[in-house]
Every structure is written in C-alpha cells, then in structure tokens.
Design a binder for this molecule. Structure first.
Ligand code: ZN
Length: 264
C-alpha cells in the first residue's frame, strides 16, 4: 500500500512541480534554490527553520551554503577541490552527490551503517574515527557534513581525517553549533535519547558544538578557513536562502552555519 502511494506520488511530482513553477512564474518568485533551480516565493519550513527547505531537491540551508562555496568561492570551489580529485564523501547529500561523483576522478562514499537502515550506493561501511581500511595519504578531499556530532571520539575522527588526506588535501566539515556557544557541550554519559535531544538537539547527537570546533580541527594538524554566508553578497544570500530568513528560536537550532575547510 505504502509502495503504491509512493509510486503515485513519484509519478505526479513532475506535474506538481510544473504547475507550482507556472504559478510562481505568474505570481513572482522571490527565492531560488541554487542547487536545482527551483523558484518560489517561499521555501518549505521544517522544525528548525521557517522557509528553508527546497521542496524539489530537499536541500537545507547548510547544503545550499556548501553549494554556494563549491560554485562561487574563489578558493573553495569545485574546480579546486573536487575536479579530477580523489574524494571520500561521508553521509553523501542526495542533492549534489551525483555532481561530485561525476566531477571527481575517484569517488568513494561512506557511512557508518546502523542496524535497521538501508544504505543504497554507499561504497564503504566506515567509522570515521577508525578508518583502518584506508591507507595514509589517500584522498585529496574528504566531505563530512553533520557527521562528527554522532561520533564518540570526534578528536580521533579529526586525526583520522588528517591521516587519510594527501598532503595539501582538504576536508570540508560542518557541524551543528548552538548560537554564540563558546565551548562545545558534551557529556558521553548521557545515553537516554530524550535527554540527548533536550541537551544536544537530537536523540543521536553526542554533543552540541561551540566556537572551539575550530581548535579541534587545528589540533588535528589541519590549517582551517571558515566560510559562512557573509562571504557571498547580500542579494545572493537572500535569493538562495543560505542564511535563515527568520532566526529560529529553537534553543538548539544552528542559525549561524559555518563551513570549515581544513587543509593538511
Ligand atoms: Zn532545490
């Protein structure tokens, strides 16, 4: 029954988006997804942020911000980081995974497989804090967005990231950060999912990061640059919604998303 409903939804969705686009071409389209080109007056809302999710490619603010970097940033664009490079992509984002795969010379995807979940088209079942099967100096680029908050020993994970990167290789990282929090709040003794959700924002998060995430990356021997929406012009930020239109008042929301580019 569910499979049939999904099938019907899939077959109707191109028509739905065409009608939606027709409506907005008549009614005006204030914002546009920079990944898939979807135009609307507002994007969809989720529990964290109003008007932030692209209904077509399901991208969120962080994914469009990374896409802005890869397509517009002078230094951290895909030509420099991805094109003809060896790339290891953790928890690959559906909305631009194929683009990265097509551009890279070698593309490996990875996730740490949890019981009861299905991981289609993932190359490696890999614990990012213990990548024994990967030799030193293997990758030019490693991408792990919103991964480290799930990992017990994140400092070890950062050391492992550094180890598997080639000299001059770059990792692209981002993590949930509580607004204006200086020091990461972590307590590994909390195992109750409800307690974790309350303290860290999600039932499977082990910490909520603060500004000291930068120090953690540097401690792993990586030189780090931070990019946020301020790099891009105000018009670009507004048009592509790479910063919340309305700041979330959820105490655990990441309003000020940052990308960390760590170079070995
Ligand atoms: Zn989109």
């Amino acid at each position: 029954m569910i499979a049939t409903l999904k099938k019907i939804k899939r077959s109707l969705s191109p028509l739905y988006y065409r009608l939606h686009q027709l409506y907005f071409s008549l009614a005006g389209h204030r914002v546009q997804c920079n990944i898939c080109g979807y135009k609307a007056n507002h994007l969809q809302s989720d529990v964290w942020h109003a008007h932030s999710i692209c209904p077509r490619c399901e991208s969120s603010i962080r994914q469009r911000l990374l896409w802005a970097c890869l397509s517009e940033h002078q230094k951290f664009n895909h030509t420099n980081l991805i094109q003809n490079k060896a790339v290891l992509h953790f928890a690959p984002e559906k909305c631009f995974r194929d683009f990265i795969k097509d551009k890279a010379a070698i593309y490996h995807s990875a996730d740490f497989f949890a019981e009861g979940y299905h991981y289609p088209n993932i190359t490696y079942n890999l614990d990012i804090s213990n990548m024994q099967s990967i030799a030193d100096n293997t990758y030019d680029c490693l991408i792990a967005c919103d991964v480290l908050e799930h990992v017990n020993n994140d400092q070890k994970a950062l050391s492992e990231i550094s180890r598997v990167l080639k000299p001059n290789g770059v990792c692209i990282l981002t993590v949930p950060q509580k607004d204006h929090l200086e020091i990461t709040d972590e307590d590994l003794s909390i195992t109750d999912p409800k307690e974790r959700e309350k303290r860290f924002g999600q039932s499977d998060h082990l910490r909520i990061y603060g500004f000291d995430f930068l120090n953690k990356i540097q401690s792993a021997g990586l030189q780090c640059d931070i990019v946020d929406e301020q790099y891009f012009g105000k018009d670009y930020v507004k048009k592509h919604v790479i910063f919340p239109e309305i700041l979330s008042n959820h105490p655990m929301a990441t309003n000020y998303r940052k990308f960390y580019f760590g170079k070995k």
